[in-house]
Design a binder for this molecule. Structure first.
Ligand code: GCV
Length: 851
């Protein structure tokens, strides 16, 4: 295979027919929702001398030619105009088409005879005069992908120059490259943090589908070929004839970009919307109902991709209700889809959420393997088992799901989550490519041979033909993912699904150059920030494989350590006064470790070999247990949380170095987000550290846990109107308490400064509740110094770690006897609740101090 890994950065040198103008406009586009808001910025990227023509008339080839034409800029506009000769421009030509079309019209072009569907081949001739370039595909979609690869080239090239080693040829690693959206009919998006649905509103398909076409363009640009629209929960209504007619409009909008529509279906649809008395997968009437329904779908959407199924899971009924297996259910749907070429993605996310916490052998992590491994070999060929990357649920850190090694005769897809449900909900910067890459590269050692997960998906290990990657995207109307830097995750998902050998750094580099700009300082700084972000998040939210210690029965956002325990959901970490962790060993625990092939099981089974970062996932240990590093578990808890919060603050400092180098609107937006994150990382740090200090009774040997110099608690202040309350969970507030202005409109908390004089940064920790925009004023000796409005939309409707927020007033002069005051004005459902103020010497003052 030529240039299989051809997407990396190229060295300068010979300039082929595609010449990089290196005129990337800075910053992200504003205005209507377009793919340009992500990484498909406007023109001035690529100069193509000459005309672009599509050889075929299909919508996909037309989009391809159009896409390339968008990238053309007039050579005269290039600084220096070095390439501008009229003859060159007018006589150059770029053709886009399938290999077959190219061969027919240009028999002298050496287009290979074995290009596969979705594969591309790019070739060119003539760099010193009029050029002739070819973008060929194994099929139309391959040509489109070739165009997007061409479009990416200048961004990955050195400034002003581009060397292309023709021909460029590449194909995707796996045939199934889908995004799943969890959109509801009413326009909400389950676990979506980018605004309301681009597909649905008010129980129907939206009139304006322009954003859908743009989304398909964005997806196609990174090789994604399927999009499942509707939530896997509550999917039944979408199969009604009225809905299907609406979905047809969406399929039509996505088709020109080669993105096929898929949908989630409920197994109980025959009863729910078909009027049948049963949905038993083996019932002939049920079978006939599905066949007729699928025929109806294909009559409207001839290139319909298939179904995704969540069944017998989290309240979604399934085959178990009829005494049938997931294979019975999957094969029923597969049978209906088979004549049309459709597939079934049956999710292995099947588990009992009423487990008995007191049963030390109960283990949710076991469920997927226990249920699906025995069914291996009984699925129809067009069934793909879709398994989440880890055995629980997209936590900050989990081991790889052992099921990938447990299905040898079944096609498999790996499900990852682009939308950051448990990883900061797009309010925290967490670049997930390094996490996904670890899973893809993880060698399961099946049959004691090298079997990295990516090779299982690619069909190299077990020779299954229909492997895939599915990313739960959660896009919405707020610039796709709500946060500009979060788009790196959508980009990375597509690029890894296309080529799992790319590195997260390479992908970050490509994305930054296309999205922000190509200034080398910007590229290296943002790449560093992206690469630091997941470790930082893990450090302050989920240590040593304890998952994400968040509110698992609520928002999945702020800290709430005990919410995981004493319920049936099975996201347990089993902490007590002595120790923490789930014993999943074969010898004394739940036996989950035994689901891995023996060489991997051996590593996890023993405390001596289990990696520290998964220790508590696999073992229950005392707080005094020594890690491989020699540190005790409890000291690691303290250290990693202080480290993580410092790393989050460092992200702000790094971004600040780019102030003059990036678009000002982008700068301000990202800066505000990172500052918020740094404050919330402190909320996380303090919650976890306070909790485990109390639980273990073991002090922090660096003296930080439980000691907060400069902190003035709101409940200890002189209060006017404010009333002290207990915060739940207690660890989410400093000292477990806060004050709230629930009974008055305007309230005050005052402290008298009794320490030495100086200049200080003063952090005000308050709770920003939704349903109102409380006002805060910080004053010294009655003189207002800062004021702000608490108008964020954060989860939870009572003061807790979901909405605890920090506002820092910088460089304030204080002397003994000064009165510090926070005045809060409640609004609507936001009672201007306050936790504390923290007074720290201002770094600027420290810098000014005489040496
Ligand atoms: C769509 C987690 C999420 C749910 C999601 C579920 C799933 O439990 O919290 O919102 O439901 O995973 O993947 O089916």
């Amino acid at each position: 295979m030529e240039n299989r890994r051809g997407a990396g950065r190229r060295k300068s040198g010979f300039a082929g027919p595609f010449v990089c103008a290196a005129l990337l406009a800075a910053g992200l586009a504003a205005g209507g929702q377009t793919a340009d808001q992500a990484w498909l910025r406007g023109p001035n990227r690529l100069i193509l001398f000459g005309k672009v023509i599509a050889l075929g008339s299909s919508p996909i080839e037309q989009s391809a030619a159009q896409e390339l034409s968008r990238s053309i800029s007039h050579p005269a506009s290039v600084k220096g105009g070095v390439f501008s000769t009229r003859e060159w421009r007018e006589n150059s030509l770029t053709v886009v088409g399938t290999a077959q079309e190219i061969r027919k019209l240009y028999p002298d072009v050496p287009v290979p005879g074995d290009l596969k569907p979705d594969e591309y081949w790019i070739w060119g001739r003539g760099s010193q005069g009029p050029s002739f370039s070819v973008v060929a595909g194994g099929d139309e979609r391959g040509a489109l992908y070739g165009v997007f690869a061409t479009r990416r080239l200048p961004a990955t090239a050195e400034m002003g120059k581009l060397k292309v080693d023709y021909p460029l040829r590449d194909h995707p690693a796996v045939p199934i490259r889908w995004v799943d959206e969890w959109d509801n009919a009413d326009g909400t998006v389950e676990r979506g943090y980018g605004g309301r649905s681009i597909f649905f509103e008010g129980g129907k398909v939206r009139e304006d589908l322009a954003p859908v076409a743009e989304y398909a363009r964005l997806l196609a640009s990174v090789g994604i070929n399927g999009c499942n629209l509707n939530n896997v929960n509550g999917a039944a209504p979408f199969l009604t004839s009225e809905w299907l007619r609406g979905l047809k409009r969406i399929a039509d909008a996505m088709r020109p970009w080669g993105v096929h529509l898929a949908m989630s279906v409920a197994l109980v649809s025959p009863e729910k919307i078909g009027g049948l008395k049963t949905s038993d997968p083996l019932d002939p009437a049920v079978k006939a109902w599905w066949a007729a329904k699928v025929n109806e779908i294909y009559a409207l959407i001839p290139d319909f991709a298939g179904f995704t199924v969540k069944a017998d899971s989290e309240g979604q009924p399934g085959p178990a209700s009829y005494g049938r297996s997931p294979a019975d259910a999957a094969n029923l749907l597969a049978g209906a889809l088979k004549p049309h070429g459709g597939v079934v993605l049956y999710r292995a996310f099947v588990y009992n959420n009423h487990l008995d916490w007191s049963d030390m052998k109960a283990d949710r992590a076991r469920a997927a393997y226990d249920i699906f491994h025995p069914l291996d070999g009984s699925f129809a060929p067009n069934v793909i088992v879709q398994t989440k990357e880890g055995p629980i649920d997209f936590q900050a850190r989990e081991p790889v799901s052992p099921l990938f090694g447990g299905l040898r005769q079944t096609s498999q897809a790996m499900e990852v989550q682009i939308t950051q449900e448990y990883t900061g909900q797009q309010r925290h910067l967490v670049y997930l490519a390094p996490m996904w890459k670890q899973v893809l590269d993880f060698d399961l050692r099946a049959d004691r041979k090298s079997t990295p997960v990516k090779e299982i998906l690619e069909g190299k290990s077990f020779h299954r033909p229909l492997g895939g990657m599915v990313g739960v995207a959660g896009v919405g109307r707020d610039a796709w993912l709500g946060s500009p830097l979060a788009l790196a995750n959508l980009y990375a998902f597509g690029r890894l699904a296309w080529n799992p050998d790319l590195t997260p750094e390479q992908i970050a580099d490509e994305w930054i150059r296309q999205t922000i700009n190509i200034d080398p300082v910007v590229v290296s700084t943002v790449e560093k920030m992206l690469m630091q972000s997941w470790p930082a998040y893990e450090h302050y939210t989920g240590f040593l494989g304890s998952q994400t210690l968040t509110d698992i029965t609520g928002s999945h956002y702020g800290p709430n350590i005990e919410s995981s325990e004493r319920n049936g959901w099975g996201q347990w970490h089993r902490d007590d006064h002595e120790g923490i962790g789930m014993d999943r060993s074969v010898a004394t625990g739940t036996g989950f470790v035994g689901q891995y092939p023996p060489e991997v099981a051996r590593v996890y089974q023993s405390l001596n070999t289990c990696p520290d970062n998964l220790l508590l996932f696999f073992h229950h240990v005392r707080y005094t247990h020594k890690l491989h590093s020699g540190q005790t578990v409890i000291q690691y808890i303290y250290d990693s949380h202080y480290k993580g919060a410092a790393e989050a603050a460092q992200l702000v400092a790094e971004w600040e170095t780019l102030k003059s180098r990036v678009n000002p609107a982008l700068y301000d937006d990202v800066h505000a987000r990172l500052e918020y994150q740094a404050g919330h990382a402190i909320v996380w740090r303090d919650a976890i550290v306070q909790y485990f200090l109390k639980q273990s009774g073991i002090p922090d040997n660096k003296g930080r846990a439980g000691h907060y110099p400069g902190r003035l608690e709101a409940e200890d202040a002189r209060l006017t109107g404010y009333k002290a309350i207990d915060v739940t969970p207690w660890e989410d507030a400093s000292g477990g308490k806060a004050v709230t202005c629930a009974d008055a409109k305007s309230c005050m908390a005052e402290w008298t400064w009794g320490r030495k004089a100086g200049r200080f940064d003063i952090a005000v920790q308050y709770f920003d509740l939704q349903g109102g925009a409380a006002r805060f004023v910080f004053a010294v000796n009655g003189q207002p110094v800062a004021s702000w409005t608490a108008n964020a939309t954060l989860p939870s409707r009572r003061p807790d770690g979901d909405n605890s927020t920090r506002y820092t007033v910088r460089d304030v002069e204080l002397k003994p006897g000064d009165v510090l005051r926070v005045e809060g004005t409640a609004d609507g459902n936001d009672p201007a609740a306050l936790d504390y103020v923290e007074v720290r010497p201002a770094p600027m003052a420290a810098a000014r101090a005489p040496q």
